[in-house]
Design a protein around this ligand. Structure first.
Ligand SMILES: NC(=O)c1ccc[n+]([C@@H]2O[C@H](COP(=O)([O-])OP(=O)(O)OC[C@H]3O[C@@H](n4cnc5c(N)ncnc54)[C@H](O)[C@@H]3O)[C@@H](O)[C@H]2O)c1
Length: 441
């Protein structure tokens, strides 16, 4: 059993702390957000993540997991301090490291014994060295014995616990192999591949992985757009590609483009790092541009189907950036809503989990309680997030209550033919059949 402090109780920190507690360690999770910590102390989850509530309750009851806003208390006797605070985009696309800095300083101020500081936040290459400097400077009068290890996180919101417990790999980077090996012992119970490398390489692995996944999505979206012009079906194209073992099927779903709290800021930060150091990241720039266009294409398609969007009512199904999360950061749905509102459209929307978050940032959107309320009197219905509950809607009912029967399936979730048979104008992403896309459109 090890004594661990996790700084930051967001999607990553809370899952990390809870899972390490579940693996038998004594974990204190700390956050500067008092409301968040009070909720956790009361057994309420500040975020929606499947399975998290039960695991938190189990481990708090066992006494292995506690929550606090008090740094000295959280760090008391800790052998490991994980930094899992946010690293949002700064004004120029760079990662904003102010929260990492204050976490590092607080660790420096509150520890007087050897400690390993582990960066779980996604941070620019070189940040591990910078964190070392921040701590050393803070303790210049009375040096602290510490090591910094980079341990980028690869979990996905919506399946975070299972991703943490069954990782494809754990990456650890440090200039001190012994420190990385100690951190590796925390992951031993998971019996997974543990890769130990140097600090900067570990930091780069995270950015390169996210940029690669974003690239795959932008790639298939570009292919989808070409399919629309040439009369092919991108779903079938992706299926045919995915059988190739060199390619594989994942991250080949055409749609509205990538969003969320990670890909947009991480691709931007990687581009920023590259430019700052004199390289030309042309592919990354194209990947971001394709993603931006994917949102704009929705507006173009709706304009083509409805004419002017001024005073039209568009219903939006799904607001979270992907299913099984309440996270709306950089959600395609939100960006598209803003574009549609700029054209004068009225928006109604519903999401199974993201309504509370959405209500804070979408004051002019009529938030509804069901998909059917959204469809009522709508001139078009846009499927923005492919939640399971949107798979099997009663489309006969929807056909009757919509003002105009236009469906824009932004995630290629629905079968086009039965919907067309019901009388809908169905518009997908890159889904022509035998060259009929233009006729259908
Ligand atoms: N969300 C994901 O799916 C995911 C996946 C992999 C990696 N990451 C990376 O992990 C990091 C955290 O992401 P997240 O989504 O969990 O962020 P988040 O915004 O959900 O949570 C961050 C938390 O840190 C707290 N915080 C900020 N400054 C603090 C400080 N000085 N001391 C204590 N707490 C502080 C905030 O109050 C907040 O609760 C980011 O770098 C992100 O890029 C996220």
């Amino acid at each position: 059993m090890s004594k661990i402090c996790v700084v930051g109780t967001g999607y990553v920190g809370l899952v990390t702390g809870t899972c390490f507690a579940d693996l038998g360690n004594e974990v204190t999770c700390l956050d500067v957000d008092n409301e968040r910590i009070q909720k956790l102390i009361n057994g309420e989850m500040p975020i929606y993540e499947p399975g998290l509530e039960q695991l938190v309750l189990q481990n708090t009851r066992s006494g292995r997991l506690t929550f606090t806003t008090d740094y000295p208390k959280a760090l008391q006797n800790a052998e490991y301090a994980f930094i899992a605070v946010g690293t949002p985009s700064g004004t120029d696309g760079e990662a904003d490291l102010q929260y990492v800095r204050s976490a590092a300083e607080a660790i420096a101020d509150n520890v007087d014994w050897p400690i390993i500081v582990i960066n779980k936040s996604t941070v620019p290459v070189g940040t591990g060295d910078w964190v070392s400097e921040v701590i050393s400077q803070r303790r210049s009068g009375h040096p602290l014995q510490f090591n910094v290890v980079s341990n980028p996180e690869f979990l996905r919101e919506g399946s975070a616990i299972s991703d943490f417990m069954n990782p494809d790999r754990v990456v650890l980077g440090s200039l001190q192999k012994e420190a990385a090996e100690k951190v590796s012992s925390l992951y031993q119970p998971l019996r997974c591949t543990i890769m130990i490398t140097d600090l900067r390489t570990a930091e780069m692995i995270k950015y390169a992985s996210n940029a690669f996944l974003a690239t795959r999505i932008s790639f298939i979206n570009e292919i989808a757009n070409i399919c629309e012009s040439l009369g092919a079906d991108v779903n079938e194209v992706a299926r045919g590609m995915g059988y190739d073992k060199r390619i594989g099927p994942s991250f080949l779903d055409a749609g509205l483009g990538w969003g969320g709290s990670c890909f947009p800021k991480d691709v931007k930060a990687l581009e920023h790092m590259a430019v700052l150091h004199g390289t030309q990241p042309q592919l990354l720039q194209a990947v971001m541009e394709i993603n931006r266009n994917q949102r704009r294409r929705v507006v173009m398609k709706l304009r083509k189907a409805l004419g002017s969007l001024n005073e039209k009512t568009i219903g939006v199904l799904g607001l979270a950036f992907k299913p099984n999360t309440d996270d709306i950061r950089e959600s395609p749905a939100l960006e598209i809503i803003h574009l549609l509102q700029n054209e004068g459209a009225h928006i109604k929307a519903y999401d199974p989990q993201a309504m509370t978050n959405a209500s804070k940032v979408l004051p002019k959107v009529k938030l509804c309680e069901t998909a059917y309320q959204v469809a009522e009197d709508a001139d078009a219905l846009l499927l923005a997030t492919h939640w399971n509950e949107f798979k099997q809607l009663d489309f006969s009912r929807i056909f009757k209550i919509m003002r105009q029967p236009v469906l824009l399936d932004g995630r290629n979730l629905w079968d086009a033919e039965p919907l067309r048979a019901l009388g809908f104008k169905y518009i997908g992403v890159g889904r022509a059949v035998n060259g009929t896309f233009h006729e259908e459109e």
